[in-house]
Design a protein around this ligand. Structure first.
Ligand SMILES: NC(=O)c1ccc[n+]([C@@H]2O[C@H](COP(=O)([O-])OP(=O)(O)OC[C@H]3O[C@@H](n4cnc5c(N)ncnc54)[C@H](OP(=O)(O)O)[C@@H]3O)[C@@H](O)[C@H]2O)c1
Length: 317
């Protein structure tokens, strides 16, 4: 199998080792978002499935809310087989405020609603988005196992759960196929535990691999984001205060590796993630065909050992 493909367990399908992050397709609080440009990029990715394997498209009911799923569903009409489609449940919104609910009853309703918006009968991968504080993971996974037996989903995954909390559960749930956490050159927590879960057979779907765009190399200390862009908020800590100063040193190192490799910085940032774990498909939030192509360039980069070592060292602290 080439370095650009991975056989997705349970689904038994080959997918490209870069996933199309569909949160910008929802259009909410992501700054300057040109929806037709993202939809054109989705079509480019679908067309490429004829010569490569399909990409995994990662959406969620809460992106938009609902709009990312609805738009993706429209893009996929008549070409469902050219994509592996993942969605998520568990983040609910009431009067604009988010809260978490991963109870089986809610998961059941949320799955039906996602399938309706996506205009499909079966999701390839259904992910628990954020754990709530009351439903044991095993209870949610038992419901997801049932949805798989019913044929409404092909496999399921989980995100934002500490790897240590998953290790003991993985063996009991045969449909559990993936886990997702924030991971990038700027945010390298839990590498040993992540590798152990990959060794146990799960696929790692890291998000934030471009640090919400900071690792593209186009932002600096003077960058200003508008009120409709989440990166203006201190919650997006990569863009603020001491953390930003530390990050910009790492971005400079990334840019010099990129120059030496004659590759774009975002592709090298994604190649760093790919080099870290064999069973990993990084998610990249995509806003245009150009961004998609640059990000897919990561699949052609064999990061030399010395480059990898320098990037590991500069990002250690
Ligand atoms: N499971 C979870 O809890 C969770 C959480 C967050 C995200 N996700 C998923 O992960 C995906 C990735 O999202 P993320 O929020 O983590 O963002 P990210 O992938 O770290 O960054 C995405 C942003 O980087 C910029 N960018 C992307 N490609 C670029 C390129 N080639 N050149 C220059 N800039 C580029 C774009 O913004 P600008 O052009 O505006 O800079 C884009 O919106 C989401 O879409 C979603 O599917 C999952």
């Amino acid at each position: 199998m080439g370095q650009g493909l991975l056989r997705f367990p349970v689904l038994k399908r080959d997918v490209r080792r870069l996933a199309f992050g569909c949160e910008p397709l929802g259009g909410f609080n992501w700054g300057d978002v040109d929806i037709p440009a993202i939809e054109a990029a989705v079509q480019d990715a679908l067309d490429a499935a004829d010569t490569h394997a399909p990409m995994l498209f990662d959406t969620a009911d809460t992106y938009g809310p609902h709009l990312s799923e609805e738009r993706l569903g429209r893009c996929l009409a008549g070409q469902r087989d050219r994509a592996v489609v993942a969605s998520k449940f568990g983040v609910r919104l009431t009067d604009g405020r988010a809260w978490y609910d991963t109870s089986p009853a809610y998961a059941d309703r949320a799955l039906d609603a996602s399938l309706e918006r996506l205009k499909m009968e079966r999701l390839d991968l259904y992910q628990l988005h954020w754990p709530d504080t009351v439903t044991p993971l095993a209870t949610s996974f038992a419901a997801l196992e049932r949805f798989r037996e019913e044929g409404r989903i092909g496999a399921y995954g989980v995100s934002n759960v500490a790897p240590a909390d998953l290790a003991s559960l993985a063996a009991d749930f045969p449909g559990l196929s993936s886990f997702s956490l924030s991971y990038s050159l700027l945010d390298r927590d839990d590498e040993v535990e992540i590798a152990a879960l990959c060794d146990a057979g799960l696929v790692f779907l890291p998000y934030g691999c471009l640090a919400q765009g900071l690792l593209s190399g186009k932002y600096g200390a003077g960058s200003v984001f508008g009120a409709g862009d989440r990166r203006a908020s201190p919650k997006y800590r990569n863009f603020h205060g001491d953390r930003l100063q530390r990050n910009l040193r790492i971005v400079e190192a990334l840019k010099s590796e990129a120059t030496a490799l004659a590759a774009p910085a975002p592709a090298v940032a994604l190649a760093f993630v790919l080099a870290g774990f064999d069973r990993c498909i990084p998610l990249a939030g995509i806003k245009s065909g150009d961004q998609l192509n640059q990000c897919l360039g990561a699949l052609d980069i064999a990061l030399p050992d010395e480059s990898l070592a320098r990037l590991q060292k500069v990002s250690e602290t």
